[in-house]
Design a protein around this ligand. Structure first.
Ligand code: AMP
Length: 276
């Protein structure tokens, strides 16, 4: 595995790849088996795998966890090497965003205003900007993103279609711990007691799904779900909603719809979603 830390070196490497088949897996590091499942999916159909590690300041709000976000670079590099990654690109903030940087990529159809977008102002502008920038630099044939961040995946698909950046965006199912908790770099923030509570989020989604299939009455179930998450020990629920997979509009029709949740546990904000 080659570790590339600056743009010039990445451009040189990219220019040398003629008729290549390149898959790209962007990450913020603090890698877990969910990230590695994206690498595995990429390896199934592509020869050359580029992974990036970049904790993107543009997608963190002023009072979010940018400074405490875990950055175990050596361990991450080892995991990526073992996973068979060809190139690890990990640029410096000052090089990706020099003082003169003045461009923002933003979608305008409202996909970025619902769910996490209504609780994290500007978050998806930061995501779109960095992903577009990385796509332009890496120029992959396909990029792999987790369904764990389903809204992000939908927004990136929209941006990519609009701007014709790369041929393919592939979504990969969520990897979970044995007790159902969706793997996330932020799970490291949880205390032992919080870690016991955390799987209740997924369990509540599954309970709603089971009940909805027999009861067919959504709003009462969502109210029950929110109360159940708080009763389990979460501080608050940002949202618990059924939305269509295609356009993230609120829906009561279970076909091609997902239950989305975000909730706060101590100082940690956890998100999850399941197809219903
Ligand atoms: P992050 O490092 O959190 O920015 O995530 C990098 C990529 O890994 C994104 O495409 C995420 O959706 C994906 N990802 C994160 N957690 C999981 C998971 N539990 N299962 C599958 N993909 C994941």
């Amino acid at each position: 595995m080659v570790i590339i830390k600056n743009i010039q070196q990445l451009k040189q490497w990219r220019a040398a790849q003629v008729q290549s088949d390149i898959a790209f897996v962007p990450t913020m590091g603090a890698l877990h088996a969910g990230h590695l499942s994206l690498i595995d999916a990429a390896k199934r159909n592509h020869q050359i795998i580029v992974a990036s590690i970049f904790v993107n300041p543009l997608q963190f709000g002023a009072n979010e966890d940018l400074s405490r976000y875990p950055r175990p670079f050596e361990r991450d590099a080892e995991l990526l090497r073992e996973a068979g990654v060809t190139v690890l690109f990990s640029p410096q903030i000052s090089e990706l965003y020099p003082a003169t940087f003045a461009t923002q990529v933003r979608i305008t159809n409202g996909l970025d205003k619902v769910l996490c977008g209504s609780h994290r102002a500007g978050h998806f502008d930061g995501v779109c900007t960095v992903v577009a920038l990385l796509f332009v630099l890496v120029r992959p044939d396909a990029a792999f993103f987790g369904e764990k961040d389903f809204q992000q995946l939908a927004i990136i698909k929209r941006m990519n279609e609009d701007l014709h950046l790369i041929p393919q965006i592939i979504g990969v199912p969520t990897m979970r711990e044995a007790d159902g908790l969706a793997m996330s770099s932020r799970n490291q923030y949880l205390s032992e007691a919080e870690r016991q509570i955390a799987p209740k989020l997924y369990q509540t989604l599954c309970a709603i799904k089971g009940q909805y299939q027999s009861l067919n009455e959504l709003s009462g179930l969502l109210e029950w779900g929110k109360a159940n998450i708080v009763k389990s020990g979460f501080n608050s629920v940002d949202y618990l909603e059924l939305r269509s997979e295609a356009d993230l509009q609120l829906t009561e029709i279970p076909q091609k719809a997902r239950l989305f949740v975000a909730a706060r546990l101590g100082n940690t904000r956890l998100i999850d979603n399941i197809a219903i």
